[in-house]
Write a protein of this length. Structure first.
Length: 246
């Protein structure tokens, strides 16, 4: 999204990141890093920066931020669009075990020791300390510090996209027996899902949280078209909009 609007003279975009990644990928527009202080802080920011439009492009599981964006946009009277990629749909050969949250995912692993690939954010890992009998392979963008308090855990770092062939090799090399993942959607991290299917591995899939209702699009092209309509409605010129992406 940032790349699509960076070169446009009629838009001045700011990309806001939560600050959870130590070295975020370079962006084509100015970046703001850090929280706002809840709904009140975000509403004040929108007003103080004279933001004309807000795009919620957070991760599908960032329910709190999406909720804050919806309430703040309403309070500041700023048009809001949610850019939400479609979830993955189970295909023939997939062995998904859908769960509501991380605690249920831990229970779904069962009591018998397994080799588990955890493809989750660092903030969701703590619950697996309650199941120390498993051997965990943990992948994250930044190193997991401190490490999990379990006797058997290996760590790798990486940033997508991940090709299916590479994911299949990774799972085979570590003799993974089950995968734990979020239904993030998109193609960048789908490789592990396709690899699990090819290897006949079960996947414990965390369901998406409930997100605020409102105007929503599924891809960048539709979001750009929405921006163009906002420009036309506001007389062909928009002062600095804020695009929120995590």
């Amino acid at each position: 999204m940032a790349e699509r609007v960076a070169a446009r003279a009629d838009l001045a975009a700011t990309l806001s990141l939560a600050g959870r990644t130590a070295s975020p990928a370079p962006q084509a527009v100015p970046v703001r890093i850090g929280g706002f202080g809840g709904v009140d802080g975000l509403a004040q920011y929108l007003t103080a920066e004279r933001v004309d439009v807000l795009i919620d492009a957070t991760h599908p599981y960032a329910a709190r931020m999406s909720g804050n964006a919806a309430h703040a946009a309403e309070r500041a009277r700023v048009p809001l669009l949610a850019l939400r990629r479609l979830p993955w749909i189970a295909r023939e050969g997939d062995r998904w075990i859908e769960v509501a949250d991380v605690a249920e995912a831990v229970r779904a692993l069962g009591s018998a020791p397994k080799r588990v690939f955890l493809a989750l954010g660092r903030n969701e890992l703590a619950a697996f300390v309650g199941a120390p009998q498993h051997q965990y392979l943990v992948r994250s963008v930044d190193p997991v510090e401190p490490p999990l308090g379990v006797p058997h855990a290996s760590y790798i770092t990486g940033r997508g996209p991940y090709a299916e062939a590479d994911e299949r090799a990774l799972l085979s090399h570590h003799r993974v027996e089950i995968v734990v993942a979020k239904n993030s959607g998109g193609g960048a991290t789908y490789g592990k899902i396709a690899a699990a299917r090819a290897l006949h591995l079960p996947v414990i899939m965390l369901r998406r949280p409930t997100l605020p209702a409102g105007e929503t699009v599924e891809n960048v092209n539709a979001a750009v078209a929405w921006l163009d309509r906002q420009l036309e409605a506001q007389g062909g010129h928009v002062a600095p909009p804020a695009m929120r992406g995590v």
